[in-house]
Design a protein around this ligand. Structure first.
Ligand code: ATP
Length: 331
């Protein structure tokens, strides 16, 4: 069940690196920031564009809804651990409203348009830059012993003009400990890896690669979302209709996991479909042979056989931008 790389990162760090319960937080007063407008609302927060009144810098203010303190502390600890990492959103400040005691996270602001509008503007080169930067962020967090667990277009901020990319929303992220059992109720349905859908609790970093593959497929085939399940069971059926039933059953046998009888009855014997069959005249400028070759290495049932972010960064799909990457670097 172990990942091929970064399995023992936490053993190499001080215990404080992953200790969340005894985190001491200095909450600063909220009056350093002024709200400009509301920009988003999530399950766990309301998000505003704001401004730092001292230096006039634009910021993003995430006002947390009441959730368990340890969940908030875990998000903060992970953001602090990853601070300054390539393409990871920067947590600038922690503030609390004195009267309501509502905690707020202050982030750098990314000038992002909605992902649908963004993907519609994408040329082949934009997709390469977007995917490259996303994979850099993932290699950084995995190499620091952290799984994001909620990769999806809504959590990837991209400034189309500058090509700045930031992975946001570390609220479901978790430290990786070898052989630990994890909660499978993470990630958003369309981006859930097969491991989550068959209750394989010993998953690891490669969950993020499945979700990245779903995001990549959505972009290059212009199909939103790529695997469109009505519920978690149907999600696995939608995956099997593309990837095939036989290799799903092989994978489940290998890790000794099962699904309900009811589900077995619903699961027909689908033969694997070539990803090339999703290419059409509308998307062929993005769904190139090299893009599909990389995608095939991400959308693999077996969590231990998926390409890693580091390997993916070396893929020939990125050759056209490799020599020019410094043009889009922002630090
Ligand atoms: P969810 O329920 O989707 O998990 P959440 O409550 O954890 O959401 P976030 O995903 O962190 O909250 O933020 C919600 C939305 O706010 C994002 O989808 C995005 O549109 C916007 N947003 C968040 N952070 C930033 C940022 N740094 N810059 C610009 N916009 C942001």
């Amino acid at each position: 069940h172990l990942p091929a790389t970064y399995a023992n990162i936490l053993n190499e760090r001080e215990p404080q690196y992953s200790q969340v319960d005894d985190l001491k937080i200095n909450w600063n007063p909220i009056d350093n920031y002024r709200v400009v407008q509301k920009i988003g609302r999530g399950k766990y927060s309301e998000v505003f564009e704001g401004v730092n009144v001292q230096n006039r810098e634009r910021v993003c203010i995430k006002v947390l809804k009441p959730v368990r303190t340890v969940k908030i502390y875990r998000e903060i600890k992970i953001l602090q651990n990853l601070y300054g990492g390539k393409n990871i959103v920067k947590l600038y400040d922690l503030v609390r409203d004195e009267s309501s005691r509502t905690p707020c996270l202050i982030f750098e602001y990314i000038n992002n348009i909605g992902y649908r509008k963004l993907f519609n503007k994408f040329e082949d080169q934009d997709v390469q830059i977007y995917m490259y930067k996303l994979l850099e962020a993932l290699d950084y967090c995995h190499s620091n012993g952290i799984i994001h667990r909620d990769i999806k277009p809504q959590n990837i901020m991209f400034d189309y003009e500058t090509k700045q990319l930031r992975v946001i929303d570390w609220g479901l992220a978790e430290f990786y400990v070898p052989n630990q059992k994890y909660n499978v109720r993470v990630a958003s349905r369309y981006y859930k890896g097969p491991e989550l859908l068959v209750d394989d609790t010993r998953y690891h970093y490669s969950l993020d690669i499945w979700s990245t593959g779903c995001t990549f497929a959505e972009i290059i085939f212009q199909k939103d979302p790529f695997f469109f399940g009505d519920d978690n069971q149907d999600q696995l059926i939608k995956i099997a209709k593309v990837m095939g039933t036989d290799s799903l059953l092989d994978y489940m046998k290998k890790y000794n996991v099962s699904v309900s009888q009811y589900f077995y009855q619903k699961l027909d014997r689908y033969s694997p479909k070539s990803l090339k069959s999703f290419v059409n005249s509308e998307n062929k400028h993005l769904a190139t042979d090299n893009a599909i070759d990389l995608l095939e290495k991400m959308l693999v049932y077996d969590k231990n056989n998926r390409i890693t972010p580091k390997q993916a960064l070396q893929h020939k799909y990125f050759n056209p931008i490799r020599a020019r990457l410094s043009e889009w670097e922002d630090e």
